[in-house]
Design a protein around this ligand. Structure first.
Ligand code: ATP
Ligand code: MG
Length: 297
């Protein structure tokens, strides 16, 4: 029997939809179509608790759509999923957040016009599921404000944004925005955090710091699911990799070996045939070559 105390993935099969020893998320039969296009068609998906799982795949594979479904921002036509054993089907984003699962968001125009500190306060308001603006005038909110401020200051120091606390979020550099997005998500002390391309557009000087922060989330006992195109980053921080192509999960495995899977290589090359077919194609080419040689004699 595999030793799960050292490697939570020991004994987990390297196959799409592999079952995990202690899943925080279990999804089944998730289908999301846009018109005639099936963007997501995931038969089975599990995320192991207290680990960092990377979701990779070529452009248009359905990664972001799948994220939107898992966080309640979009509804699938079919399927169901559980978070900590509780059904999340039809659950609103606020309720999903309150259940302990949070996703970071890109800074919208409205958020860019607020200060760094205000953004963090918003993170706390989201936790309570309250309307942000109403929350600010509620007496009950004032009572909680000291606590929220204390937490915000702690996170500002941790993410090296304390000096920027009164600056507008829109004035931050790309990397600082990513840090702010992560800090804002952490205001609600989520059990699980989902990051869609956390490194996109980040200055290399800040990449290391972001990597460390993602690793630290796991150290704090949180579960991380992130989408990323940069394979160097995937190899460095993830414990497990799930590969999507054309809406489906086509492979799963450890970061060191998952890219060697022919199905993954084909997906990235844009070749949609399977291995058997390419063997067949090879035979055809050989046969053709032989015939050509024969004809030339
Ligand atoms: N709201 C929408 N309406 C119509 N089609 C959509 C919508 N959202 C996504 N799609 C389509 O669904 C497919 C999956 O898109 P998605 O954004 O989930 O891919 P992705 O894996 O995140 O890609 P990328 O790596 O480029 O971010 C694409 O073909 C996309 O055009
Ligand atoms: Mg995407």
């Amino acid at each position: 029997m595999a030793d799960i105390t050292t490697d939570p993935f020991a004994g987990v099969e390297h196959v799409p939809g592999a079952t995990k020893p202690d899943p925080i998320i279990v999804a089944d039969g998730i289908v999301r179509s846009f018109g005639g296009l099936t963007a997501v068609n995931v038969e089975h998906f599990e995320v192991q608790r207290h680990t960092i799982t990377a979701l990779i795949g070529p452009n248009g594979a359905g990664k972001s759509t799948f994220f939107n479904l898992l966080t309640g921002f979009d509804k699938p036509q079919e399927g169901q999923w559980l978070f900590n054993g509780k059904t999340m089907r039809g659950t609103s984003p606020a309720k999903v957040a309150r259940a302990g699962k949070v996703r970071t968001f890109q800074l919208t125009k409205a958020l860019s016009g607020m200060t760094v500190m205000e953004n963090l306060r918003l993170g706390a308001a989201q936790q309570k599921g309250e309307n942000f603006f109403r929350a600010f005038v509620k007496p009950i909110w004032r009572a909680q404000e000291a606590e929220v401020t204390e937490k915000a200051i702690e996170l500002l120091h941790k993410f090296k944004l304390y000096e920027k606390r009164d600056d507008f979020a829109g004035e931050l550099s790309g990397g600082q925005r990513k840090l702010l997005e992560m800090a804002r998500a952490l205001m609600s002390e989520p059990e699980m955090i989902m990051l869609d391309e956390p490194m996109a557009g980040v200055n290399p000087a800040l990449t290391e710091s972001l990597l460390d922060h993602v690793l630290a989330l796991k150290g704090e006992g949180r579960t991380v699911l992130f989408v990323e195109h940069d394979m160097h980053m995937v190899r460095r921080i993830s414990d497990w990799v799930v590969v999507m192509a054309e809406g489906r999960i086509i492979a799963e495995g450890p970061p060191e070996t998952v890219m060697q899977n022919p199905a993954v290589q084909n997906a990235y090359l844009g070749a949609h045939h399977d291995t058997d077919l390419s063997e067949e194609a090879e035979e055809l080419v050989e046969e053709l070559a032989e015939r050509l040689e024969g004809g030339a004699e």
